[in-house]
Design a protein around this ligand. Sequence first.
Ligand SMILES: [Fe+2]
Length: 236
Amino acid sequence: MSITVTDFHSHILPCIDDGSASVEESAEMLRREYSQGIKRVVATPHFYPQYNTPSAFLQKRALSAELLEKHISGDRPLPEIILGAEVYFFRGISESEEIKGLTIGEKKYILIEMPLPPWSDSMYKELEAIYTKQGLFPVIAHVDRYIAPFRTFGIPEKLEDLPVYVQANASFFIRKTTQRMALRMLKQDKIHLLGSDCHNMETRLPNLGEALEVIRNRLGEEAISRINSYEREILD
Ligand SMILES: [Fe+2]
């Protein structure tokens, strides 16, 4: 049996951000994930420090997850949901004790959404300080969004020197114009985790299965099992 990976980035929880708009839509997204062989989905609703406090966010997230759990209780098999957040980077994030509540599955890993490039040296330093000062290990969300569109091709090398993991979206591997770059980065171990970053069932669907097909065909099962080992380090 082939190895499957976790969807590490999703807006699958209902009515909490610009992702799923209802429990029905969330259930449909989960069914789609499962049909693609995805057994675990990390729910990462947006956390914006300017609009929310971590405690208010966590309350909303708990309520949303509870509503969804209730709705899908008789609906199995579906992927397991692990709670997390997509935390928007801000100045001083490395000093903020409160972000400790926003980690993935109560572990030391935290998904960070960066502002659009260019990134200053002090931003890279702040990323590093999240680890050195707080002991939290950043996972950079959808790295693909920051590279090709801005022609900032040096970002992967800079991240390689930091205590961070890097997540890429499935679309990076699916889109013909970026596929080669995506596969090269994965091969060079500059991408560690994958996510669909799915928001709904219309325009931003669960599509990790399609990316896994591309990776399997071009790089073989070995590439999938490497991603899988990073996931197990983070989640298990
Ligand atoms: Fe996202």
